[in-house]
Design a protein around this ligand. Structure first.
Ligand code: SAH
Ligand code: SF4
Ligand code: F3S
Length: 442
């Protein structure tokens, strides 16, 4: 009988991507079957996130629950991976000695060997090193039935924003060789994928080697991906303002396959706070990128991440952020209260902002952005939208669900053979979290 595997994942899209690779790997190399039930699993893996403290607390709660299973099942393997694993390493075993394997985001490809060793030798294994790019050479070919797929192009981050744990948990930026990426996207396209989402902490820092030893920029990579047959829409997450260069804007101008929706985190609208965050750009520089983008793509929608309550953020700094939000007219965005992360410079900055003030700021910011997002949705009523049909709607089996270029979910009546295709729908109703539409017969 095949062994059973359960993988639980928290955190960003990169963690989701890594987990899908772990599953592929154990499925292909070790014939593991996936299960949703922890009590029937032989291997339980957690892929963790440490971007804010709540994410980290989740790990120990979950381990507490799994510990009981271990008492009832001899030989059950428990592994912890992801960013908390790199951050805490050995400490995880100090607090939870029943954990068998601790692996990092850059060593997950070694899991089959680690599991085997742990089963045979009954000794704990810790491998949270950062071997350069070896990961991609060791992963199985992608397999998917979906119309949209994520492809990692750059790992790690070298920006060291003063508040952020990622450079310490994922290592420095390492670009994947270009041929490797193009080969993977070709394989995905042959499996029916129509939309690609290029992944990395800072995708526009991409500097990949070609087989002839030249360096390929992010703009060049975008053009190459757009030339792959079958790929009709391209997205990327996340890009950083400091490397959002004019050659990337030029790709927006002449390559319609690049989606008119950009997630470009700004974090704050105050130059003082941006400097303290070590973001390396000013508000004017950010606005100038958006102005140039809107010159070539007048309807592009922009989303962002914001941190409120950063140490030293005054009422005036916060008002500057609110002003930027209105000036840019951001669409749906992510926003968080500053969370001091161990070992980061900002965790030592003195902060006297009362908790209630932080909460009020977050509430005000989210309310404004939500209203702006609703306005964008309202403007879509009665328009024609090109959507990628992703599957059956969760609400009713008569309905399909699809995604618009600006990332809205649309449900509409249609036949199953439309799944995986781009089609046109007319938007007939705006609901609070999705849109309703009607198929336009072509
Ligand atoms: N590389 C991307 C985002 C990485 S993390 C970028 O630089 O934009 C995702 C988001 O988490 C960040 O954009 C930031 O808004 C938030 N974040 C990171 N560290 C944080 C912290 N210490 N406290 C609160 N939010 C944080
Ligand atoms: Fe963190 Fe800054 Fe790197 Fe983004 S760019 S992952 S916020 S250090
Ligand atoms: Fe979390 Fe690590 Fe992603 S800290 S946000 S899982 S890079």
């Amino acid at each position: 009988m095949n062994k059973k595997l359960l993988v639980k994942t928290w955190g960003c899209q990169m963690n989701e991507y890594d987990s899908s690779k772990i599953i592929d790997l154990l499925n292909v190399s070790n014939n593991y079957e996936l299960t949703e039930r922890p009590d029937e699993a032989d291997v339980l893996l957690l892929n963790t996130c440490s971007i804010r403290e709540k994410a980290q607390e989740k790990l120990f709660h979950q381990l507490g629950r799994w510990k009981k299973l271990k008492n009832n099942k001899q030989g059950l393997i428990i592994g912890v991976g992801g960013c908390v694993a790199t951050q805490e390493g050995e400490n995880i075993r100090k607090r939870s000695p029943f954990v068998d394997i601790i692996f990092g985001p850059q060593t997950l490809h070694r899991l089959p060997k680690m599991i085997e060793e742990s089963m045979n030798n009954k000794i704990p294994i810790i491998d949270i090193s950062f071997p350069k790019i070896e990961k991609f050479d060791s992963l199985p070919a992608p397999r998917t039935k979906n119309a949209t797929a994520f492809v990692s192009i750059i790992e790690g981050c070298s920006k060291y924003c003063s508040y952020c744990i990622v450079p310490y948990t994922r290592g420095e930026e390492v670009s994947r060789p270009i041929d490797n990426i193009i080969f993977e996207i070709n394989q995905l396209s042959e499996q029916g994928v129509r939309e690609i989402n290029l992944l990395g902490q800072n995708v526009n820092a991409y500097r990949g080697l070609t087989h002839s030893g030249k360096i390929c920029s992010f703009a060049e990579l975008l053009r190459l991906v757009a030339s792959i047959r079958g790929i009709e829409r391209i997205r990327f997450t996340t890009s950083h303002p400091i490397e959002f260069t004019d050659d990337i804007i030029a790709v927006y101008e002449d390559t319609p396959k690049i989606a008119s929706f950009l997630h470009l985190p700004v974090q704050s609208g105050s130059d003082k706070i941006l400097t303290m965050m070590k973001r390396s750009h000013t508000v004017i520089e950010y606005k100038s990128i958006i102005r140039k983008l809107r010159e070539v793509r007048p309807n592009i929608q922009i989303s962002s991440d914001f941190i409120v309550g950063f140490p030293g953020e005054s009422d005036k700094d916060f008002e500057d952020t609110m002003k930027l939000i209105k000036d840019i007219n951001f669409d749906m965005s992510f926003s968080f209260i500053f969370s001091p992360r161990p070992g980061t410079p900002a965790s030592t900055y003195p902060c006297d902002i009362p908790e209630q003030v932080k909460k009020n700021r977050l509430y005000k910011l989210q309310k404004t952005i939500n209203n702006q997002a609703i306005n964008y949705s309202n403007r879509m009523l009665n328009t024609k939208q090109r959507v990628l049909v992703e599957g059956l709607s969760k609400k009713s089996s008569d309905y399909l669900c699809a995604r618009t270029e600006n990332n809205r979910v649309v449900t509409f009546k249609g036949s199953l053979d439309l799944i995986g295709q781009f089609i046109d729908v007319k938007i007939t109703d705006i609901l609070s979290h999705s849109l309703q539409g009607k198929l336009i017969n072509q």
